[in-house]
Design a protein around this ligand. Structure first.
Ligand SMILES: Cc1cc2nc3c(=O)[nH]c(=O)nc-3n(C[C@H](O)[C@H](O)[C@H](O)COP(=O)(O)OP(=O)(O)OC[C@H]3O[C@@H](n4cnc5c(N)ncnc54)[C@H](O)[C@@H]3O)c2cc1C
Length: 402
């Protein structure tokens, strides 16, 4: 007996790793063990994202996303600078193009101001936008100079290095298949054996609803996976791009729309769109997992969502099927891409975990539930990578207090 509280964490994505690090460093009374089913970290959403450190423009003021994104960005910036990890404040322009774009841009600005985003500037007249991003289309744009880029897989590795150096364990190849409460404790098991913890926190990303169900909890949401296709420019020097160019998003959807992103390695990506995936963890275009497909089709909320949003769904599918249509969509935002079609090549997709309830409502905010010694992170979509260090603090304050 060590007299310490043992905390098990399911998942070595950025959320589980940030929580493990925060506990291992600041809580000497806690013994941390991270259980990850893959043989390395950041293999799913964390390693397949846009690498953007969001400044908090879009989120409903007062929501967890709004508060934790702001706090998380500051924490992440300090951490990256202190550890020599990539962090570049390249800035983002959100441009008004297409119908209703000016109203959408206005709505983004109102939320951003309410969320206290620093340094916002309206680029109007259009010459100011072209000076900043020569390829950007649109008549008006909102500049967020503090929006940055990083490499979230590297950040996750650095978090895990801190877990180990502070005495915690990171166990790869440990899929948690069964979870049961044993008195005030939680027993987890898989083909590797079993372990018992005083507390268990699930940060299972695309599998978070399944970990909940394995623990006998019936979550109000199901994870529906959405695949996002990305392309990149084989020669990024062909394009002048200072930072990030995004459309003003459609407020009915949690996705931000196809955008143009500069990455810390100098590459430039286009994407992602968002189409239903029939495989939660299959990154090839036509991957199908029978169990994942059954789970999606058996969820009444999926059909309700599909009947409401089928038009947008068809458009997004067309973008996946046709490179020409994909580039035409980018072209609405960023000029010159169709001319470079031969130098634009597909890269690995990302798959987002989208929580959808029985009524077909797409859940937007971060969502955590506690059931005795079990804490379930049931929704951690974008900007959860940006917010990861603040999500860890939130979990510690609200769910794992000493
Ligand atoms: C295409 C795309 C673009 C995005 N762009 C951005 C962006 O630019 N900025 C931003 O802030 N956010 C972005 N996001 C969102 C961000 O990547 C996620 O919110 C974040 O990575 C979630 O981290 P996580 O640790 O919760 O999940 P994950 O990274 O998915 O990690 C979950 C881990 O749990 C493990 N696991 C699952 N089940 C089990 C089990 N039973 N036993 C053991 N281990 C298990 C998995 O193997 C995985 O390693 C994007 C996401 C996608 C997909």
């Amino acid at each position: 007996m060590t007299g310490r509280t043992s905390v098990g964490i399911v998942g070595a994505g950025i959320v589980g790793a940030a929580l493990g690090r925060a506990l291992a460093i600041s809580r000497p009374d806690v013994e941390v063990t991270i259980l990850e089913k893959e043989d390395s970290a950041a293999r799913h959403q964390t390693g397949h994202n846009s690498g953007v450190v969001h400044a908090g423009l879009y989120y409903t003021p007062g929501s967890l996303k709004a508060t934790l994104c702001q706090r998380g960005r500051h924490r992440l910036r300090d951490f990256c600078l202190e550890r020599g990890l990539p962090y570049d404040e390249v800035g983002k322009v959100v441009v008004a193009t297409g119908p209703d774009a000016e109203e959408r841009l206005h709505a983004v600005r109102e939320k951003a101001v309410a969320n206290g985003v620093e340094g916002l500037e309206l680029l109007d007249p259009v010459a100011a936008l072209r000076e900043r991003e020569p390829h950007a289309r649109g008549q008006k744009a909102l500049l967020s100079p503090r929006t940055a880029i990083t490499d979230y897989a590297q950040v996750t590795e650095a978090f895990l290095a801190d877990v180990r150096s502070s005495g915690g364990d990171v166990l790869f190849g440990h899929e948690v298949v069964r979870v049961e409460q044993a008195g005030h404790r939680v027993r987890v098991a898989g083909s590797w054996g079993e372990r018992t913890f005083d507390r268990l926190v699930s940060c299972g990303g695309l599998q978070s609803d399944r970990v909940a169900r394995a623990a006998g909890v019936a979550p109000q949401v199901r994870i529906i996976p959405f695949r996002g296709r990305y392309y990149h420019l084989s020669d990024p020097t062909q394009v002048s791009l200072r930072g990030l160019v995004y459309p003003a998003p459609d407020p009915r959807y949690p996705f931000l729309g196809v955008h143009v992103t500069r990455h810390v390695d100098g590459n430039i990506s286009l994407g992602p769109n968002a189409v239903l995936s029939l495989d939660r963890e299959g990154y090839q275009r036509f991957s199908v997992d029978p169990g994942d497909t059954r789970d999606t089709l058996a969820w009444p909320g999926f059909w309700r969502m599909a009947s409401r949003h089928w038009r947008v769904g068809l458009r997004e599918m067309a973008l996946t099927a046709s490179k020409r249509m994909f580039l035409a969509a980018v072209e609405e935002l960023f000029a010159g891409m169709s001319d470079l079609a031969d130098d634009i090549v597909p890269i690995e997709s990302g798959i987002r975990a989208q929580a959808i309830d029985r009524r077909g409502v797409l859940h937007d905010d971060f969502h955590v539930e506690q059931h005795g010694p079990l804490v379930l992170v049931l929704n951690a979509p974008s900007p959860a990578a940006t917010s990861s260090m603040a999500i860890a603090e939130h979990l510690m304050e609200r769910h794992l207090a000493a």
